[in-house]
Design a protein around this ligand. Structure first.
Ligand code: PAF
Length: 282
């Protein structure tokens, strides 16, 4: 695997390649990331991965400074798996040599609800860096995880609206044996919090099951799940059943008619904010 730190080196490595498959990450790689790279390998060649902790997508009180940066370890993991041909690991000066005043404006509604409401500017920062990374890598395929469900939809909308020739593929969320979705931020959890953390997924599963059983008052289900998590010490941002197609709330008629739904949640456990979601298959 070639590790490159500049856009020029990256372009040298990729000259003439028309079938590049790309996985953007912020590093501290876990098995979820490695699964994305494996999928990328099945859909293109060569595979490029990037590691860049993108300041633009962090709010002023978020964890940019303490976000785990583990490049040497990440390189070892990628070398072991042998799916990645080039790792692009730029520093901040390389990605943002001048203040990034051009930004990608995210679509109203999709960019403003759920994560967009609780992390203002987040999708704007994600879209801007993904656009820049796509411009550097020029992939034909890019792989994103469904754990960041709304991010996946925002990136797809961006590609559609800017006619970017990138096929955005989605990988299922990878979980630990107890159901906790893998996330680079799980390292922040204390042992007690780690033991509690799978509860978020359990509540998503419970709500999905009730909907599959025919319960159509989703507001009631959301309220009960949020209450239970709060009782256990979680601080809720949202727990919400939405339509898969646009992440808007479904009407009762739509729930009854079998509209494809997804239940999404974000909440803090101690100082750590976790997100997760589950598509409701019916
Ligand atoms: O999902 C992530 O790790 C980041 O949001 C991404 C897509 C790499 C952009 O910084």
């Amino acid at each position: 695997m070639k590790v490159v730190h500049t856009i020029e080196e990256l372009r040298d490595q990729l000259r003439g390649q028309l079938n590049v498959s790309f996985v953007p990450t912020m590093g501290n790689l876990h098995s979820g990331h490695l699964a994305l790279m494996k999928m990328a390998r099945q859909h293109g060649d060569p595979v490029v991965a990037s590691i860049f902790v993108n300041r633009l997508q962090f709010g002023p009180n978020e964890d940019f400074d303490r976000y785990p940066r583990t490049l040497a370890n990440d390189i070892e993991k990628l070398e072991r798996e042998r799916n990645v041909y080039v790792l692009f690991a730029p520093d901040e000066r390389e990605m943002y040599p001048e203040p990034q005043s051009y930004r990608i404006q995210t679509p109203p509604v999709l960019g403003d609800i759920l994560e967009g409401e609780f992390r203002p500017g987040f999708f704007n920062g994600v879209s801007t860096v993904v656009m820049k990374l796509f411009s550097c890598v020029q992939p034909r395929v890019a792989v994103f995880g469904k754990k960041d469900y709304q991010q996946l939809m925002v990136v797809r909308a961006m590609c559609r609206q800017f006619q970017l020739p990138v096929n955005v593929l989605a990988h299922e969320t990878v979980r630990d044996a107890d159901g906790l979705a893998l996330s680079s931020r799980n390292v922040y959890l204390t042992p007690q919090e780690r033991a509690e953390a799978p509860q978020l997924y359990r509540q998503l599963q419970a709500v999905a099951q009730r909907v599959r059983d025919g319960h159509s008052d989703v507001a009631e289900l959301e309220g009960l799940a949020a209450q239970e998590l709060e009782r256990r010490g979680w601080e809720m941002d949202y727990f919400s059943v939405r339509r898969q197609r646009d992440l808007l709330a479904p009407s009762r008629e739509e729930v009854q008619a079998g509209e494809p739904l997804v239940v999404l949640a974000a909440a803090k456990l101690g100082a750590t904010r976790l997100i997760d979601n589950l598509e409701i298959e019916r």
